[in-house]
Design a protein around this ligand. Sequence first.
Ligand SMILES: NC(=O)c1ccc[n+]([C@@H]2O[C@H](COP(=O)([O-])OP(=O)(O)OC[C@H]3O[C@@H](n4cnc5c(N)ncnc54)[C@H](OP(=O)(O)O)[C@@H]3O)[C@@H](O)[C@H]2O)c1
Length: 357
Amino acid sequence: MSEPNGSRIPVAVLGATGAVGQTFIRLLAAHPWFRVAEVAASERSAGKPYREAAHWLEGQLPDDVGSLTVQPCDPGLVQSRIVFSALDSTVAGDLEPAFAKAGAMVLSNAKNHRMAEDVPLVIPEVNAAHLGLLAQQRRSRGWADGGGIVTNANCAATVAAMALAPLHDAFGVTRVFVVTMQAVSGAGYPGVASLDALGNVIPYIADEEPKIERELNKMLGRFDGRGIVLAPFVVSAQANRVAVEHGHLTCLSVELERPAPIERLAEALSAWSGDPVVCGLPSSPDRPLVVATRPDRPQSRRDVNAGRGMTVTVGRLRPDPLFHVKYVALGHNTIRGAAGGSILNAEVLVRQGVIGA
Ligand SMILES: NC(=O)c1ccc[n+]([C@@H]2O[C@H](COP(=O)([O-])OP(=O)(O)OC[C@H]3O[C@@H](n4cnc5c(N)ncnc54)[C@H](OP(=O)(O)O)[C@@H]3O)[C@@H](O)[C@H]2O)c1
């Protein structure tokens, strides 16, 4: 274990001007271990001061970042060895490996590399052991020293994975039916046109359902020392865009291999604190999962910021006439589902001595 106890580690944010990039900037401004030294985005933004390039949405823009000049996403120009990526998926596919090849640890939010066999798809409370894939990744890809790619999942899949992990561990999940209600910030900035979003529900989010259906099996799978053995359950997902600013709400119906009374399932969810590797890390919430007791919770407006946006709130646990149990889970899409999740992954890697020395 090697946690920094002196100066903060310089980091870069790629895609720093977008919705997730801005959440990175806000969360890192107050971070005790990391300092935003470099910001990068497209050619449209490169060369401008960050405060001009970003359409800032996150409250007070930190002064030191506002005056940084936005760089192009060129691994030859970016000096930081820890690189948080909030890049659009149209460019992340090529750019993220280019940074890893040059020796940067890339903590990615894009879909492109999540399902690659040698790339960890990580929520550390759920599957920190998957970080063991990094050694293999470095060997097989020939990255320069220190290079690598660690991804976090689709934001709705992250919320569902955290809500399913305790039940899968204790009772074995065999089938999942999940319906999501996803906030507009999940589409980035400017995202969904206001006349499409306001007063409306859009029952389609491009490519979202397949991501949820495949990523859950990888995240809840097991690292056997060589690769990930996928969790053997079936997932059916339906994704909807709703007129909410932040927070993805997921309604889950779950079949279990070893069914148990609702009270025992509720106990398993309340008692879960996940892998202790996260204990005491700066971005780790007191509780990764909270079970709401009121019958009308969780609600996006009231619960999205639980645990500074890092806690997933579940509720409405009840018997399901189709499967065994149905319930609701809510999480913050740009924090737990994106920037906050990546920062927590980086903190684990620093704690494990993989990066930041
Ligand atoms: N929003 C969420 O809740 C969420 C959650 C989980 C994962 N994600 C994923 O996170 C990534 C960012 O999402 P977002 O919502 O922040 O999107 P966004 O608001 O559209 O931001 C995209 C960012 O990518 C940059 N970019 C676009 N084209 C580029 C290019 N050719 N070269 C370099 N940079 C380029 C943009 O820079 P310019 O400003 O210069 O154009 C901007 O900084 C996506 O892969 C998304 O799928 C998003």
